[in-house]
Design a protein around this ligand. Structure first.
Ligand SMILES: *[C@@H]1O[C@H](CO)[C@@H](O)[C@H](O)[C@H]1NC(C)=O
Ligand SMILES: *[C@@H]1O[C@H](CO)[C@@H](O)[C@H](O)[C@H]1NC(C)=O
Length: 440
């Protein structure tokens, strides 16, 4: 009996490996969120647990159909979703078995309607199949594990079947993009349209918007019917039209990142009556250039104090941490704090600069005979430092160890000279002695 069940289990696993795991699709735990009927102000919402069994096969294949659904989920909120693009089967949406980290998922009812924006209006000029719109429509917004995928899908289910098909999907593999200043950057966005839907093949529009601290503006809008930009208000922002038509690659290419490009970007794709969008964050980061002054540092005499300045410039974003470090001749490291920090200044390119002054007071600080002085700045993912040599002269003469060493060397030298003079013996024995005296 046990043997048979093992064989059965093995064959199930094999079947899984062979058939399903190649396009293994997850069961997604979601929240179904909708406005409370009857409204109210502010609009009250109801949240219910929901489950999406995903399959990349055409509808009806109901993966997970055999599984008994969890008891805490209303059967009306269990969906058997067919996604032929298999975007919902991507690995960032599949947590490891037993993992506490789960992808985020929210489902909302969706109402198909003609787009309000002018560059998507032509899509619905000929109302193609309003009958097709009579169905249950949903939108699902998902965020993958470790922020590796953000996607939004519009799904259609024949009325009251709970078996929706994904009709339109918009996704990005890079919900958060970090870029240095002055380089090209690509904000990934791709879309997919179910080719069997009557809404496919009648054109689409793509729109990129920028948002920062509540302010939004349109960057560009593309209309596939006229195959050109309906709107461009950002120089150096482009789509690749070839990739857009061939593979639905609607990625935004910024030719040269500037400080003002940091913010949120929203990629929206319009089909007739439908739209889906994803948001990406771009963080433009540039580490500071550091310099010390004065350089070189003039020699310092004991009891004297001197101020050293460290300038950090050309960085973004604003916050950085700065401290001073001193490594003595003996290798001992002292952290000397942040010094006196200036406020920040902003250059015309938007980058920041900030300075710190360190007062080196040799009478109060234990700096010995000097060493290496560094200004260390931690900014975003970088740690930068700039160093200079600090020489303090005339500090209580050489240390005891040094004096002992010098005596030892002198004695050693004297011994060697003696041996040499014995070895070369008789002739001019007074000569090396007098030389020795001269050297001393
Ligand atoms: C779009 O194209 C770019 C480069 O051409 C590529 O890096 C990116 O992965 C593509 N994105 C999608 C969604 O296909
Ligand atoms: C646009 O995309 C096509 C197809 O993916 C690619 O071959 C081409 O190099 C891209 N063009 C630019 C300018 O990136």
């Amino acid at each position: 009996m046990a043997g048979i069940s093992t064989i059965y289990k093995l064959s199930v696993i094999c079947a899984c490996v062979l058939l399903v795991c190649g396009t293994r699709c997850p069961v997604l735990e979601c929240w179904f969120v909708q406005e409370k009927p009857g409204g109210g102000f502010p609009a009250a919402t109801i949240q219910e647990k929901a489950l999406m069994y995903i399959s990349s096969e055409p509808a009806g294949d109901g993966s997970g159909a055999g599984r008994s659904p969890p008891v805490d989920i209303d059967p009306a909120r269990i969906y058997h979703v067919s996604d032929q693009s298999a975007t919902l089967c991507s690995s960032p949406l599949q947590p490891a078995e037993g993992s506490v980290k789960k992808p985020q998922c929210e489902i909302n009812p969706f109402l198909p309607q003609p787009a309000l924006v002018q560059w998507a209006a032509p899509l619905t000029s000929s109302a193609r199949s309003p009958l097709y719109l009579q169905a249950d429509w949903f939108s699902a917004a998902l965020l993958g594990l470790d922020g590796q995928l953000v996607m939004s899908s519009v799904m259609r289910a024949p009325t009251a079947t709970n078996k929706p098909n994904v009709i339109l999907s918009v996704s990005s593999r890079t919900p958060t993009v970090r870029s240095r200043l002055g380089v090209p950057v690509l904000l990934d966005c791709g879309f997919w349209v179910d080719p069997s839907s009557p809404l496919s093949g009648s054109g689409f529009s793509v729109e990129w918007r920028y948002q920062f601290r509540g302010e939004g503006r349109l960057l560009l809008a593309y209309d596939s019917k006229s195959d050109r930009y309906a709107e461009t208000s950002e120089e150096g922002a482009e789509l690749n039209f070839t990739a857009l038509h061939q593979t639905g690659n609607a990625s935004l290419i910024l030719e040269e990142t500037k400080v003002r490009h940091s913010g949120t970007y929203i990629c929206t794709v319009y089909l007739p009556y439908l739209l889906a969008q994803v948001a990406l964050d771009l963080e433009v980061e540039e580490p500071p250039s550091l310099s010390l002054s004065p350089t070189p540092l003039p020699v310092v005499y004991p009891g004297q104090s001197r101020t050293v300045q460290c300038d950090a410039s050309g960085f973004t974003p604003l916050t950085l941490q700065l401290h001073w470090e001193f490594v003595g001749a003996d290798g001992k490291v002292q952290v000397l704090g942040e010094g006196r920090m200036s406020g920040h200044r902003q250059a015309s390119d938007g980058t920041f600069s900030q300075s710190s002054w360190l007062d080196l007071d040799t009478s109060r600080m234990d700096l010995g005979r000097g060493g290496e002085l560094s200004c260390v700045v931690v900014h975003s993912r970088w740690t930068r430092r700039v160093s200079t040599t600090l020489n303090i002269v005339g500090v209580g003469g050489p240390s005891i160890e040094d004096s002992m060493a010098m005596v030892a060397v002198a004695l050693g030298l004297y011994g060697i000279i003696k041996v040499v003079s014995w070895a070369f013996g008789s002739s001019g024995s007074s000569d090396p002695d007098s030389k020795d005296k001269k050297e001393k």
